[in-house]
Design a protein around this ligand. Structure first.
Ligand code: SAM
Length: 481
């Protein structure tokens, strides 16, 4: 077995105090680097107390600043884990679901929108509660728990205002317009952040709470079937999450999920999707097929920066219907000119597009267990010409220790390792990738994969992995074997 340098340097016997000092020095060095970089660029780092706008995130989105912020988050969390009582840390984590539940209430009660209207002075919880007809005393406790975690600010007793984190959940709509349209999801037309958090705080925690039952059920424990999951137990359903979304009564969840997929891309620079693959090098009118493309939120960004390309966005029938409004609003005329075609297609059926320059699978592989992924990939392989490329966008997981040496053989696969004593995979700074991995198993028996796990399923479907581009949502570029 490969020697683990990380474990050797940080194992039993390493000195706790010197680690605390090392962590604080790492934080200081990263802060200095950010300060210097922003001073040169004459940019200001956004304050936690100012509402979020994408423009005001410009400083944090500078690649060198983003990198240092990752280091600070990893080090600060490791510092907390080191200094706080282990009993307190572990019990706090056990209760973390309460924050998720509280976020769900705040979103459903339209609090971020009500507080946007109240401005920086905030509003009394009696008035906030009136906007959604909930109990003010209970709502106050929800908001205080969140404010204690830097989501909302309690500016005076029982008076709350938005801060940067809470304003991220503002759909941009007025409370009046939301209340006037009770049958339409408030997430439609919004940036998707509230939709994403709302889905986690609803079907996410409900399914997650059945993970133990699924792990110890003799049949479900070893199943890769998307109908034998914790979500199936939680909602007492026998169908996949996708078919469950399509059931009557779940329209709001389905619409929210589709919008949430657009919100996911906002976790890093919007241009990140364009990096690591040369879209400009594709020929005039080359066809990009976005398979399982949702409403097409990822294709939209590629299309906006590459006028020479044509797009076919494929998904299930109900999603394609939702996609029409999305494209008409964001790129008027694209559907009528056929620059963008929306197509209902089941990716387990033969692929109808035989002249694709690129097949895109964005956050699709992670929904499925290996056997199902291989079926999807084989359909694309059967329709591919010798020149067709496949670009898989997905999270690529790393071990929480040193990487496997074999990764060196795949161009781009090696990750940037953080300085010791930080965890090589980024620790808390990377935690959402590992949280999503758990979410995939409880919702669909899917999984986030390591580079080698991804390469293996690609090989089974006769695709060669040419190179990898590491970023929060990584790209795996493949050609037919
Ligand atoms: C996680 S979402 C990703 C959506 C989109 N690629 C994105 O990143 O925004 C997975 C998508 O797969 C679609 N899907 C699920 N089963 C499908 C099937 N059998 N055929 C086609 N699409 C399917 C879902 O409707 C959903 O839009």
């Amino acid at each position: 077995m490969m020697a683990n340098r990380y474990a050797a340097a940080n194992g039993p016997g390493s000195d706790g105090m010197s680690e605390l000092v090392a962590l604080s020095q790492i934080i200081q060095a990263s802060l200095n680097a950010i300060q210097q970089s922003l001073a040169v660029k004459k940019m200001e780092f956004p304050s936690l107390h100012t509402p979020l706008t994408l423009e005001s995130e410009a400083a944090r989105m500078q690649p060198e600043v983003e990198k240092e912020c990752t280091v600070i988050v990893a080090a600060a969390y490791q510092l907390i884990a080191s200094v706080r009582s282990p009993v307190l840390s572990i019990t706090n984590l056990g209760m973390e679901y309460t924050l998720s539940a509280a976020l769900g209430v705040a979103i459903t009660a339209n609090v971020p929108e009500a507080l946007k209207e109240a401005g920086h002075k905030g509003a009394h919880v009696q008035d906030i509660a009136r906007a959604s007809n909930v109990d003010p005393a209970k709502l106050g406790r929800i908001l205080r728990a969140l404010a204690t975690n830097h989501i909302f600010t309690e500016v005076a007793p029982d008076v709350f205002a938005n801060n940067r984190l809470s304003s991220a959940m503002d759909t941009g709509k007025s409370v009046e317009s939301i209340l006037a349209n009770p049958n339409s999801s408030k997430h439609i037309g919004a940036n998707g952040i509230a939709a994403c958090v709302g889905a986690c705080a609803d079907e996410g925690i409900k399914a997650g709470s059945y993970l133990q039952e699924a792990f110890f059920d003799p049949k479900l424990a070893v199943s890769g079937e998307p109908t034998e999951t914790a979500l199936n137990l939680a909602f007492n359903t026998k169908v996949t999450m996708w078919d469950w979304f399509a059931e009557k009564g779940n329209e709001h969840r389905s619409q929210r999920f589709n919008v949430a997929m657009a919100g996911v891309k906002l976790v890093s620079s919007p241009a990140a999707i364009l990096e690591g693959f040369d879209w400009k090098a594709l020929k005039q009118d080359a066809i990009v097929v976005d398979v399982g493309g949702g409403i097409g939120s990822q294709s939209l960004i590629i299309a906006q920066h590459n006028e020479h390309l044509r797009f076919i966005v494929q998904d299930r029938e109900p999603v394609v219907k939702d996609a029409v409004k999305f494209w008409d609003e964001r790129m008027p005329g694209a559907l009528t000119s056929k620059k963008v075609v929306l197509q209902a297609h089941d990716f387990f059926a033969p692929q109808p597009v035989q002249n694709a320059a690129v097949f895109v699978l964005h956050c699709v592989m992670h929904d499925w267990s290996d056997d199902y992924c291989v079926q999807i990939l084989r359909r694309l392989r059967d329709a591919a010409s010798a020149d067709t490329q496949l670009v898989i966008f997905d999270i690529l997981l790393s071990y929480a220790c040193d990487d496997d040496e074999t990764l060196k053989a795949i161009p781009g696969a090696e990750r940037a390792v953080l300085p010791k004593p930080l965890l090589p995979n980024g620790g808390h700074a990377a935690t959402s990738s590992y949280q999503l991995d758990i979410m995939m198993v409880h919702n669909m028996n899917g999984q986030e994969r390591t580079v080698l796990q991804m390469k293996n399923i690609l090989e089974l479907a006769k695709w060669n992995t040419v190179r990898v581009h590491q970023s929060p949502i990584a790209k795996v570029i493949c050609i037919p074997a």
